[in-house]
Design a protein around this ligand. Structure first.
Ligand code: HEC
Ligand SMILES: [Zn+2]
Length: 426
């Protein structure tokens, strides 16, 4: 068979191209914006995209301070509307969980101070997982407070790539599954709940209120983000086992008070509105833990199933054309009549928009003309296939500088390839 003659890389690429096009074809409306599968759990219905959106919120939500408040016992909220940060207050200094994006650090500081605490009393800085919306600010928080930064071993490689404005990511102590972090009578336990990132960490602790003790669980994340590959993930072949383990561990944790790296995971807005002095504490919500695990696990299985189905329909007998990125993405559009050329320019237009959304211009210049940080894309010698591969797995140098990777089945992948190739013609 012809396919045997292809190199392994090309085979993988061909399979991916089919995967992408069949995922696109399943999109009910706009083929370029796959909402992912839809799940319904306990009266909540979400597509993959909606669940992701529930967590990350709008750019405004990410930046806007949420009223800082006491959650339970010595646990306080000091984050924004859609990015959570928690302050654990002890007589021997305080612990901060999540520094969020570096630009959010002033909001955390303001919240800590509005609650009547000193920012410089933060002695230990922990994190939910190695994504920029939770841990990019670590270097700045350390610089401002001198806090000891601790991180789960499996996330250390990703954290090493997190270098806002070139600042190296600090790590003072590497943690392992089950490690305890103890300060001033409070003990936090680090549970490895991998999948979302290899070192995703769920933090647990006990909080006292009204003479009772409550189990607090701070979910790292159990989310399958749009574009995340569960099937044939070369960078992390263990990802399905990881998620499976994460659900198992999460469900085994005693939980009275569910919290998480995004307030959407525990309905913060609604609970906060029910917080009244002397009233019952709305954050005590054992059922809420289970609901969130159920939602995330249902979505995990739905995405896994969709990706497996897409792969098995990709029979090797259907060989894509030699130069697939453009043609295979020309998925059917609802309104008839659009020409191949029209589809191609729509793809490029979308890629241009995504180039801007990902801030590729920060490094590559406004029109891909290059900066001292990254090469000129207008004179690149790479073929479309090589550009696609580079986007899936940027060189170590590009990764170290912070270039994002865009998996082949990410809806942004093909538009970006098309746009990068279009820069060449000028
Ligand atoms: C933080 C900086 C940074 C960002 C942001 C960034 N890149 Fe890069 N990119 C680099 C660096 C550095 C290289 C060169 C790496 C090397 O030569 O090994 C590179 C190389 C490339 C190449 C290969 C060029 C060639 O001819 O070898 C492509 C294509 C590319 N980037 C596309 C993108 C796209 C698309 C985005 C946005 C999704 C992006 N980059 C965002 C830093 C960045
Ligand atoms: Zn994340």
């Amino acid at each position: 068979m012809e396919i045997r003659k292809l190199g392994l890389g090309q085979c993988a690429f061909a399979a991916l191209a089919i995967l992408v096009s069949s995922l696109y074809a399943q999109g009910p409306t706009d083929a370029s914006q796959g909402p992912g599968p839809r799940i319904s759990v306990a009266g909540h219905t979400y597509t993959q995209q909606e669940l992701f959106q529930r967590n990350v919120g709008t750019p405004d939500d990410q930046n806007t301070q949420f009223p800082p408040h006491r959650i339970i016992g010595n646990v306080y909220y000091v984050g924004t509307v859609s990015l959570a940060a928690f302050l654990i207050v002890t007589p021997q200094g305080n612990i901060l969980i999540n520094s969020m994006y570096e630009r959010n650090v002033p909001v955390i500081q303001k919240s800590v101070e509005q609650l009547g605490f000193k920012f410089s009393d933060i002695k230990i800085l922990l994190g939910s997982h190695a994504h920029a919306d939770h841990m990019e600010g670590d270097a700045l928080v350390k610089q401002l407070t001198g806090a000891q930064v601790m991180a789960m071993a499996e996330d250390v490689p990703l954290l090493g790539q997190m270098k806002p404005a070139g600042k190296a990511h600090p790590i003072d102590k590497v943690l392992h599954d089950g490690d305890q972090v103890v300060l001033g009578g409070t003990t936090l336990v680090a549970h490895l709940t991998p999948g979302h990132t290899p070192g995703d960490t769920t933090w647990t602790m006990k909080a006292q209120e009204g003479g009772k003790t409550y189990d607090v669980v701070i979910i790292g994340s159990l989310g399958v983000n749009p574009g995340m590959k569960l099937v044939n993930n070369a960078a992390n072949p263990q990802i399905v086992e990881e998620f499976t383990r994460a659900f198992q561990v999460s469900r085994s944790l005693p939980c009275d008070v569910p919290l998480g790296s995004h307030p959407g995971m525990y309905n913060m807005k609604e609970k906060y509105s029910k917080l009244h002095p002397g009233g019952p504490n709305p954050y005590i919500d054992p059922a809420g833990c289970k609901t969130e695990f159920d939602i995330d696990e249902a979505m995990f299985h739905a995405v896994l199933q969709q990706q497996q189905a897409a792969l098995s329909s990709a029979s090797p007998a259907i060989h894509p054309p030699a130069n697939p990125p453009v043609s295979s993405a020309a998925a059917p559009r609802s309104a008839g009549g659009s020409s191949a050329v029209g589809q191609q320019s729509a793809l490029i237009a979308k890629g241009k928009e995504r180039f801007s959304a990902y801030k590729c211009y920060d490094c590559h210049g406004e029109n891909g003309e290059g900066t001292p940080d990254a090469p000129d894309l207008t004179h690149s010698k790479l073929t479309a296939e090589q550009v696609s591969k580079f986007l899936q797995k940027p060189s170590a140098d590009a990764q170290n500088k912070g270039m994002p990777d865009i998996p082949a089945d990410d809806p942004d992948h093909q538009p970006l390839v098309a746009y990068v190739m279009s820069l060449r013609a000028k």
